[in-house]
Design a binder for this molecule. Sequence first.
Ligand SMILES: *[C@@H]1O[C@H](CO)[C@@H](O)[C@H](O)[C@H]1NC(C)=O
Ligand SMILES: *[C@@H]1O[C@H](CO)[C@@H](O)[C@H](O)[C@H]1NC(C)=O
Ligand SMILES: *[C@@H]1O[C@H](CO)[C@@H](O)[C@H](O)[C@H]1NC(C)=O
Ligand SMILES: *[C@@H]1O[C@H](CO)[C@@H](O)[C@H](O)[C@H]1NC(C)=O
Ligand SMILES: *[C@@H]1O[C@H](CO)[C@@H](O)[C@H](O)[C@H]1NC(C)=O
Ligand SMILES: *[C@@H]1O[C@H](CO)[C@@H](O)[C@H](O)[C@H]1NC(C)=O
Length: 244
Amino acid sequence: MYSKKLKWQQALEILLLLHLFLETSIQGCSEKLIVVSGSKVSLRICNLPDKYKKLTWFYTDTQKIVEWESNTPEPHYFKSKFKDRVTFDHRDGTLHIYKVQKEDNSTYLLKILKEAGTEVERKIFLQVLDPVSKPVINIMKIKKVNNSCYLNLSCAAWGQSLNYTWYWDSGLSPKELQSSELVITVNPENYSKFYTCQVSNPVSNKNHTVYFTSACELAQSSGVAWITTWLVVMVCTGLGFLLT
Ligand SMILES: *[C@@H]1O[C@H](CO)[C@@H](O)[C@H](O)[C@H]1NC(C)=O
Ligand SMILES: *[C@@H]1O[C@H](CO)[C@@H](O)[C@H](O)[C@H]1NC(C)=O
Ligand SMILES: *[C@@H]1O[C@H](CO)[C@@H](O)[C@H](O)[C@H]1NC(C)=O
Ligand SMILES: *[C@@H]1O[C@H](CO)[C@@H](O)[C@H](O)[C@H]1NC(C)=O
Ligand SMILES: *[C@@H]1O[C@H](CO)[C@@H](O)[C@H](O)[C@H]1NC(C)=O
Ligand SMILES: *[C@@H]1O[C@H](CO)[C@@H](O)[C@H](O)[C@H]1NC(C)=O
């Protein structure tokens, strides 16, 4: 009884190992890819049949990129925007695209004509993103209220699929917030000497930091973008610090 249980356990472990092995050995194939523009990308499908007569890569339903037939040694590259930017490996059906562009963002289709004459299709979703732009922190409002300071900071950047994160130090512990806007009230005990906005998308990230010399006073070196001139004048006279 006991040994039977043990054998089951061993069998399960072996299966698990085999699964892990298979998973790593087919690594590099994918159904969805997110890449940065300008890079090289390899479209490699996960379960290519063992034998096939013809392979055809499509950019859209109708636009062919490359076709390979088992009775001709060289693949045929079609006249397309990919010409001179793609190479094809018929041994594993991989399509390599160089200097990938945002316009290359699409669903790619590989049609496989099997030995038996049946045709199967595989798809790869390719998303091409530009790196995010460098963000700029805008001071929307900065107001001294008694001993405290009210801050409304906004972070601006350009790009697709952006994610904003603020980092600052509350005196006790570093803080983090997922938003393009940071609105807080600080006092001389818990103000942060810096506020960093990090903008990221799945392929890149950039950040901007503004520095404070006290709860309500920006350091001159911040290089901060003020929203309007009157706000600068108002805040500066209000706080009594000197510009220039
Ligand atoms: C880019 O391609 C992906 C997958 O093919 C698609 O989901 C997405 O909508 C496309 N984005 C644009 C901007 O075309
Ligand atoms: C921060 O300032 C912007 C621009 O003035 C404003 O639209 C927004 O409502 C303010 N946020 C808060 C929480 O007051
Ligand atoms: C500022 O402090 C004064 C006196 O302590 C108090 O009466 C007032 O309500 C405070 N103002 C704000 C906006 O907290
Ligand atoms: C933004 O970033 C956080 C943390 O890195 C992540 O959990 C979240 O899914 C991201 N959101 C988007 C929309 O990318
Ligand atoms: C700083 O302390 C004040 C008073 O204790 C509190 O109202 C405020 O929320 C604190 N600010 C931060 C950023 O922790
Ligand atoms: C901001 O960007 C610099 C490089 O430009 C990096 O070294 C730093 O870690 C980034 N900071 C944050 C908080 O992401």
